[in-house]
Design a protein around this ligand. Structure first.
Ligand SMILES: [Zn+2]
Length: 558
């Protein structure tokens, strides 16, 4: 008789001797990749039997989390670089800016290992750090290059999944002194991306059917899917949405969209806000001038060697002696920093057609983004400035604008931008904005304290027209700082310039500083006159007033 145990034992033993499947973390390690995020693992599984080098290989199980962290920090601080050509050392050494360290052993058979999710200060290859861990600390490590963003590596170590039912909650979490503490939950979330969201929904079409789930439980098309579709496909109008869904959408999408046809406009606007939110949040943290300063540090799309826009702008300034490039830059800087008013006027470039005057200002569209630029309204528009009421406009750019025409036309019912409105807008005083009555109640009052600039054809620009008086025209003229361009570029030589926002900002920054230096130190750019000191008010003649009201204790003041 054969004992059942005796039969099973060799089979169980055999199973124990079967090689383990490779662990998840043992994935791509591309030595040529230059990354900021690595998932580093120290495991005895990585020990090479032929590696008899010094120091001898250490069993990671003998290391505490802290000891592994110290070894890794030391390796990053002291990388081992083999450079046959004796390459130039980095001007700025790479440091660790985020660190999560865990120790794991999933089953008794599984080997013990340390993991670390590391974010570096610069994009770097991992080999110099890996070598330093081996040669300075006797640790064999794997550097995974498959986590492109930190959230992914952080999530791998801290979130439980079907494959990884338990994670190490006694992990080491480190950020540099002075920087905010790391929130593991926030750190391990994937940022929302329209494209990823859409692809995930589309992939569900081919996902295997779960026999445990009734078919009705399949994830339905929802508003988030709609948002992703609008953003990813650029379907910014009702017609484009309907047309796409009719021809390319699933029956479910068609039903969903059809049932909400009246709401589509609102949903498209929601999608626009959803998309713009990160930029809007950034804008809330940064003044317009801080944005210009930040962009001025960057390199434009033309590349580091030079900029096509700057070449055309330079040519423009060279040909038009009437436009002082430093004064124009200073004028733009002032109006961006302070808004039009006592300190700043609105820069206005005038000239004939084809002088390239718009070329000089156009990049402002890219600086603030199309959603934050107010273009000149159409003459006769019923709500010409309504976008100002939404609070998202950062710059008014009136290209080819004629203040007198707008103050004169149309006669009935009223001119588009009357002289009084022009003056209030560009003096920093409150003015009413007409908005569509179906969206708002009444006419919100706004004040403009941000940037503005104009271009205009010179001929007859300030000639009186209709009811606009010479007096009003003089006042309007006093709100602008005029720069005259006279050189007409031959039609054949006219080139369209790229909207290089970084180069534009660099020009504003550097030339406004040159202009300020030209003015001498007694007139700093930041303030046109010394701040007003508070002055004591005249004393109230309390005794006399009290006497007059028949009260001796001054109670009239209460
Ligand atoms: Zn450029």
């Amino acid at each position: 008789m054969v004992n059942a145990q005796e039969v099973d034992q060799p089979a169980a033993l055999e199973r124990l001797q079967e090689p383990l499947p490779p662990p998840e973390w043992l994935d791509d390690a591309d030595e040529t990749a230059q990354l900021m995020v690595y998932l580093v693992t120290a495991s005895a599984r990585l020990h090479d039997v032929n590696d008899t080098g010094s120091p001898p290989l250490k069993n990671p199980a003998e290391l505490s989390r802290k000891e592994f962290q110290d070894a890794l920090f030391d390796a990053v601080a002291n990388p081992i670089v083999f450079s046959p050509r004796g390459g130039r050392p980095r001007s700025q050494p790479t440091t660790i800016v985020k660190y999560i360290g865990v120790e794991e052993q999933h089953t008794l058979r599984d080997d013990f290992h340390h993991h670390a999710a590391v974010k570096l200060s610069h994009k770097s290859r991992f080999m110099p750090f890996k070598l330093a861990l081996r040669q300075r600390h006797g640790l064999a490590t794997h550097w995974s290059t498959s986590h492109q963003q930190y959230w992914s590596a952080a999530r791998y170590l801290t979130a439980t999944t079907e494959h990884k039912p338990v994670v190490d909650v006694d992990r080491v979490v480190w950020t540099p002194e002075g920087s905010p503490e790391m929130n593991i939950f926030e750190e391990s979330q994937e940022p929302w991306q329209a494209n990823t969201w859409r692809k995930r929904r589309e992939a569900a079409l081919s996902a295997p059917v779960d026999p445990e789930q009734p078919s009705g439980k399949k994830r339905r098309f929802n508003k988030m899917d709609f948002t992703a579709l609008v953003i990813d496909q650029g379907l910014w109008t009702r017609d484009s949405v309907m047309s796409y869904v009719e021809s390319k959408g699933s029956a479910e999408m068609q039903t969903w969209v059809n049932a909400r046809q009246r709401k589509l406009k609102e949903f498209i606007q929601d999608a626009e806000e959803w998309r713009a939110a990160p930029a809007a949040a950034q804008a809330e943290k940064e003044t317009d001038w801080q944005l210009v300063e930040r962009l001025s540090l960057g390199t434009c799309q033309c590349g580091a060697q030079g900029c096509l826009w700057w070449s055309l702008a330079e040519q423009f300034f060279h040909r038009n002696a009437g436009v002082d490039r430093e004064r124009l830059a200073a004028s733009l800087r002032k109006v961006i920093q302070f808004g039009p008013g006592k300190i700043a006027k609105v820069p206005l470039i005038v000239g004939a057609t084809n002088t390239g005057k718009s070329t000089v200002l156009d990049p402002v569209r890219a600086v603030f983004g199309p959603g934050a630029i107010l273009n000149k309204p159409k003459i006769g528009a019923s709500c010409p400035l309504s976008r100002l009421a939404q609070g998202k406009i950062r710059f008014m750019y009136f290209d080819d604008y004629r203040p007198v025409d707008y103050a004169a036309l149309p006669k009935v019912p009223a001119p588009t931008i009357p002289a009084t409105l022009f003056l209030a807008m560009f003096c920093g005083q409150p003015f009413d904005v007409v908005v569509s009555q179906s969206f708002h109640d009444g006419h919100p009052e706004v004040e403009w304290h941000r940037g503005a600039a104009m271009t205009a054809k010179e001929e007859g620009l300030w000639e009186p027209k209709a009811d606009v008086t010479r007096e009003e025209i003089r006042h309007m003229q006093s709100r602008v700082e005029q720069f005259v361009a006279s050189f007409q570029i031959p039609e054949a030589d006219f080139e369209t310039a790229p909207l290089c926002k970084e180069s534009w900002c660099r020009w504003i920054l550097t030339d406004s500083i040159s202009f300020a230096n030209r003015q001498g130190p007694e007139r700093p750019l930041s303030s046109a006159r010394p701040p007003l000191a508070p002055l004591a008010r005249p004393e109230l003649p309390i005794a006399e007033l009290a006497h007059a009201s028949g009260s001796a204790d001054g109670a009239i003041w209460l």
